[in-house]
Design a protein around this ligand. Sequence first.
Ligand code: ASP
Length: 338
Amino acid sequence: MSDFGIIVHGGAGSFTASSRAEIPARKNALKLSAIAGYTILRRRGSSTDAVEAAIKVMEDSKIFNAGSGSSLDLEGNITMDAAIMNGKLDCGAIAGGNVSKNPISLARLVMEKSDHVLIAGSEQLRRFSRSLGFSPMELRPTHQRLSQYSANIRLMKKGAVRAWPNNYRLLKSYFPENPSPSENDTVGAVAVDKESHVCAGVSTGGRWLKLPGRVGDSAIIGAGIYADDNSGAASATGMGEEIIRMCLCKTVCDLLKKGLGPQEACDGAISILTKARGAGNAGVIAIDKFGRFGSSRNTQMLQRAFMFNSLAKTHVAVLPTEGDPKQRSQNKFKDLMF
Ligand code: ASP
């Protein structure tokens, strides 16, 4: 029998001292997010409404690298990417914007109110918002993000940042002198509603210390998200450049279309990525129209929460030892080689 429900993620990566200290707060925010989405689904709401509502909770929490908690680029600015896609292949995305506290809602407006799939740049997004009667709102970095930024810049200047090895050569033009933070707390959600329609969404401040203008996977359909009622929906997190190279979420959905269950499809796509590009760079969650779900990562952790009609309660898993609730995967193609 078909199920309905939602999975949300709060990013994949490795634990730092501060992220460990925040685990209870992160778990609480993930739970609230899953409940917000599930409440809509239970009342016969659409998976699109559920995904948007769930992601808004995480964007507003200031805990994750999205919305009010966004990380800062090399010049200390917030520039966010977000995207949403439903099972009818409707999709919308924004890139490099700081004009709304909820970029996921802005991405939905691109999907529903424009003829485009992606609008990039704060100035352009400001005009787009105004054309729809919304007042643009610029987010300021939180105190915590500002002190993380100073610490990261110090590390970068010392040459101690592992991410962005090529950017070191470019730094002189961004700084008078010559700046991997490993916290990746992008947020995302996938849901299936009572009508068996799927939706995927994602929202991020992008990677710490990215070059201004850099666009990550979270704005790219097929990379950071994908959804199709004929296969399922997926949302990714991690090093955007690797996720874009592998079209990670489209890969998950292609595997679903071949008949794999969501768990095998997530494992398969992560395995393809790891073989091609190494480990430690991504996590992905997925769902199909039957309400079967999966999640996989090649990182130390993938913060996630699940709420399905068939489950008695919201399950939250952050630590590597915390498993997922029963995953209704077919295991039919278990022996398939990746
Ligand atoms: N994928 C995001 C990006 O590269 C970051 C993340 O998921 O943490 O912008």
